[in-house]
Design a binder for this molecule. Structure first.
Ligand code: SF4
Length: 255
C-alpha cells in the first residue's frame, strides 16, 4: 500500500469506530497490566469473567500479595495456563512493590523486566494506560497486516517495525486497537468477512469471501452438479480426498 492508501485504510476504520479501546476490563494501570498478562493465549471475554470478582477485591500489588498464589490460582483457574500466570502475577506484583513503590513503570524496558511481561504486553500497557503511540502485535494484528499488505512481516517484531514506520497521524495512538478489532470481528482467521469489510478495495487478499447467500448458492450449484454426475456414472457421492498441494478449500495463506 502506498501512503495515501494507508491513510485511507485507517481513516475508514476510524470512521467505523471513532473511539476504539481494549475489551479487557480494568480500572487502572495495575489492573490493566494484570489483565493483559492473564490474556496471553486466552480470549478477553474469558479473562473478564475471571477478573470481575477478582478486581472487586484486589486493586493493588499489596492486596495481590496478601491474596497469595494459591487463592489467585483458584480465582483464575478458568483461564488457560493459569498456573504459570498466577506465579507471574504474584512475582510481578512483588517486583512492583520492591522496585517502583507499587506503581506500574512507564517505560518499555522497565515493563519488560517484570515477570511474565513481554514486548506485546508492554506495548498494550504503554498505549492503553499511558497513551503512548505503540503498536502491540497480537495474532489478529499480525494476520490483518499480512493479509491486507498493510505491513507484511514474518514475525510480530517485523510487523511492529513496519507499523511504526507507516502509520500516519492522527491514527498512531489507536491504530493497534483498530487492527485488533478489525481482525477479531471482520477479518477473521478462518473466514474473513470481506463482503462487509470497509477496506475491501485497499486489501490485496484474494479471493475475497462472498456474502453468505452467494456462497450458499454456489455451494448448492456445486452439490447439484456433483449429484448429477455421480448419478450418471453410478459412483458414490463422497468427495475424494484432495491431492497433496491441490486442496480445493479456500486458500488460507496466512494465519
Ligand atoms: S477484504 Fe477480506 S481479507 Fe481484506 S481486510 Fe477485509 S475482511 Fe480482511
Amino acid at each position: 500500500m502506498n501512503r495515501d492508501q494507508v491513510f485511507e485504510f485507517f481513516r475508514r476504520l476510524a470512521e467505523a469506530n471513532p473511539s476504539p479501546t481494549t475489551e479487557l476490563d480494568y480500572t487502572d494501570p495495575y489492573t490493566l497490566l494484570v489483565a493483559v498478562v492473564l490474556s496471553a493465549q486466552a480470549t478477553d471475554a474469558s479473562v473478564n469473567i475471571a477478573t470481575k470478582p477478582l478486581f472487586e477485591r484486589i486493586k493493588t500489588p499489596q492486596e495481590m500479595l496478601q491474596l497469595g498464589e494459591d487463592r489467585l490460582r483458584e480465582a483464575i483457574k478458568t483461564i488457560g495456563l493459569f498456573n504459570t500466570k498466577a506465579k507471574n502475577v504474584i512475582a510481578l506484583s512483588k517486583a512492583l512493590i520492591d522496585r517502583y513503590k507499587g506503581k506500574v513503570p512507564r517505560t518499555r524496558e522497565e515493563l519488560q523486566a517484570l515477570p511474565g511481561v513481554g514486548r506485546k504486553t508492554a506495548n498494550v500497557v504503554l498505549n492503553t494506560a499511558f497513551g503512548e503511540e505503540t503498536f502491540a502485535v497480537d495474532t489478529h494484528v499480525f494476520r490483518v497486516c499480512n493479509r491486507t499488505g498493510l505491513a507484511p512481516g514474518k514475525t510480530p517484531d517485523e510487523v511492529e517495525a513496519k507499523l511504526e514506520k507507516i502509520v500516519p497521524q492522527p491514527f498512531r495512538r489507536d491504530a493497534h486497537h483498530w487492527l485488533i478489532l478489525h481482525g477479531r470481528y471482520i477479518c477473521k482467521a478462518r473466514l474473513p468477512e470481506c463482503w462487509r469489510c470497509p477496506v475491501i478495495d485497499l486489501c490485496r487478499y484474494k479471493p475475497k469471501t462472498l456474502p453468505p447467500e452467494e456462497r450458499a448458492r454456489s455451494t448448492a450449484a456445486r452439490t447439484g452438479h456433483r449429484g448429477k454426475s455421480a448419478a450418471r456414472t453410478g459412483k458414490a457421492r463422497t468427495a475424494s480426498p484432495p491431492k497433496a498441494g491441490r486442496s480445493r478449500s479456500r486458500p488460507t495463506r496466512l494465519p
